[in-house]
Structures are given as structure tokens and as C-alpha cells.
Design a protein around this ligand. Sequence first.
Ligand code: ATP
Length: 386
Amino acid sequence: MAEIELDHVSKKFADGTVAVEDFHVSIADGEFVILVGPSGCGKSTTLNMIAGLEDISGGELRIDGVRMNDKAPRDRDIAMVFQSYALYPHMTVRENIAFPLKLAKLDKKVIDEKVEHAAGLLDLTPYLDRKPGALSGGQRQRVAMGRAIVRSPKAFLMDEPLSNLDAKLRVQMRTSISRLQKNLGTTTVYVTHDQTEAMTLGDRIVLMRAGLIQQIGPPQELYDHPRNLFVAGFIGSPAMNLLPAEVTGDCLRTAIGDIPLRGRLRRAFEGRDPKEVPKEVIVGIRPEAFEDASLVHDREGGGSFTGTVDLLESMGPEKLAYFTLDTGGVRSRHLEDVATDEAGGGAQLVAQLDPKSQARRGQPLRLWFDCEAIHLFDPESGENLT
Ligand code: ATP
């Protein structure tokens, strides 16, 4: 097992592309860390630098306190699982899993025991004598995992290992990977572009954008306290609603009405020079912070507005109601990246309602929202002010 430290690590490719900048994180022994972010943000490059498949341009990589920058991949005692599985088609499952142990020239009896054990952990025992061509996608993925765990490496690195599987299998495999990682207690770094995978799998998330870390923390922390608009828009599905607002003395003027500047919303501006209080902000409200007003009784500290439901999706335990609002007003370059808001046009809002809601498509609906659940963002820097 291992502690992995990336100490201000960067990667600049020969053509000048800076793929990773000042990546600084310390991964504890046994921790499960997820690298997540949109395509091209530098996730795979970071993982490849840990594995030794890419050179490190700046900073230091340490495993258990030992500098690894110049160590060959095979000397790092790390196992990697790829999206493509990278199995040998002419070998059986048993031979595929045994392969790293054969390379290490272990005794045949020991190899057999280790392979049987790994196959047992991954429910692969009935398939040991089949070749990969005769397995389902999920089974192939488990063989790739088997080959990684069989030699008890110091750490696992996984690059989008579930993206070739269908949605249902992905959910199943997510649970198995999570359970397996906890049972083995092996330090794991897992790359995905899927925020749901990131939210459900890891102890901590490292959210990246364009080579830079945006926020590091446990999934719930990123959800509850996104550091900026990008994190707010990336984490959570459906995404956080983002609305432009004008700051006018005691309230925020928005397309869903005036929101009084009280409590924590007021504190967001406290202690600032009045000249520095932004005239415009972006208001962020999670879909579940909206409720059907007819189901809310005697609740203080909230606001309400009426919108017309454009679309309704019944999801079983919840109902998603979509609204279009005429907004105008504040433009933010950050909004263009994260929201469905088309510059100057109407913003689409989504509310995650109780299934008891009588919301109907094409009908007006009064919605209630809790002012305590509101986030405020600076439209210039994107920073969360609350
Ligand atoms: P994806 O989710 O699409 O796999 P990613 O977040 O893993 O994306 P990387 O593959 O790490 O992103 O790529 C980061 C950036 O580095 C991208 O802009 C990519 O085009 C660039 N890049 C990757 N490999 C090279 C290379 N060999 N030479 C130059 N640029 C590269």
C-alpha cells in the first residue's frame, strides 16, 4: 500500500501543449481518489505521469516518500486498468490473470492460488478456462481488474474502466469496484469524465479543468460548497440552476423575483468596501431546493414564483419539472461554459419535485425555494461568494 504525492506537478508536451499545471495533491494510503473533469482537461496525462507512461515536466512525484520521477513504470509497483481492458485474446482468463505473476517468475502453485483467489473475489471462477472473446463486456472488465489485483500492487490506477459498459452494468460494476477497493484497502486513483461516477465512487474528488485543479474534496463537499461556477455546474445532475441577478441594496433582483439579502446571503457581502460589492451576481439553486409551493406549509425564509412547466419527467421517486424564464441582464463568460443559458435568451430552470406534486405540462406552477440553499457567484471571477 502506498501514499502518493504529486508535488506541484506539471506536464508540457513537446508541441508546447500544457496539459497539466501545478497539480498538487497528497493521496493517503488506502484512499480512493477520483480525477474528474471534461474531455481534454488533463486527467489521463496526470494518471500516466503517476504510472510512468509520461515524463513529468515539472514538480515531483513521490510514492511512500520516494521520488519516482525517473523510475521506470515496472519499478513503481503500480497496476493500471484501462478502458480497453488490454486483455490477451489468445490466452484464457486464467492465463490473462496469471500473466503478471508469470512475468515476476512466481512458483506455479503460488500463481494458481493467487489466480483462484482473485477470480473468487471477482466472481470469475466459472470462466477461468474461457478466452476473452467468449466473455461479456462486464466479465472482460473483471478479468482486467483481476490482472491488476492479483499481484497486490501498492496502488491501482484506473482510466475510465467502465466507459465501454452499458448503463446498468456500469452501476453494478461501480458497486463492485467500490467494495473491492475497500476490502483490499489499496490506494486507488480513478479517472472519469462522469460526475455520477465521481460522486458515488471516491473518498475524494479532484475536479480539473484545462489542466488546472478547480477543487479537491469529498464528493458531498464539492456538491454543497462548490468553490466556483465551474464546479457548481459540473457536479450534480441535473445541474445547478444559474440565474443572473442584480444586487440592489437589500435584495437580489432576479427572474424568479426579488430575493431578500438576509442571513448568509447578506454575509457574502459583509466587510467589503461598498465599491467592491458586485452590482451583478449569479444566483445558483440546486433543483432539489425548489418545491411545489402547494406542498409547502408554514415555512419561513423562502421565496416563491410562478412558472409554466415546459416539460415534465417522472423518475419514480421524484419528478423533474423544466421551466423557461425570460432573464436577460447579467452575462458571465463562466455561464457560457456551464449553463444551458443562451446569451441574453431565456434560462431553463429545473426543479426536482416530490412525486406527489400535481405539476402538469403547459400549466402554471407555483414554486417555493429555501433562501438558505442559495449560492451566489461572482460573474467575473466565477468564485462562490457564499
Ligand atoms: P479525455 O477525457 O478526453 O480522455 P483527458 O482529461 O484525459 O481527456 P488528456 O488526455 O490528459 O485529457 O489530455 C490533456 C491535454 O493534453 C489535451 O489538450 C490533449 O490534447 C493534450 N495532449 C495529450 N497527449 C498529447 C501529446 N502527446 N502531445 C500533445 N498534446 C497532448
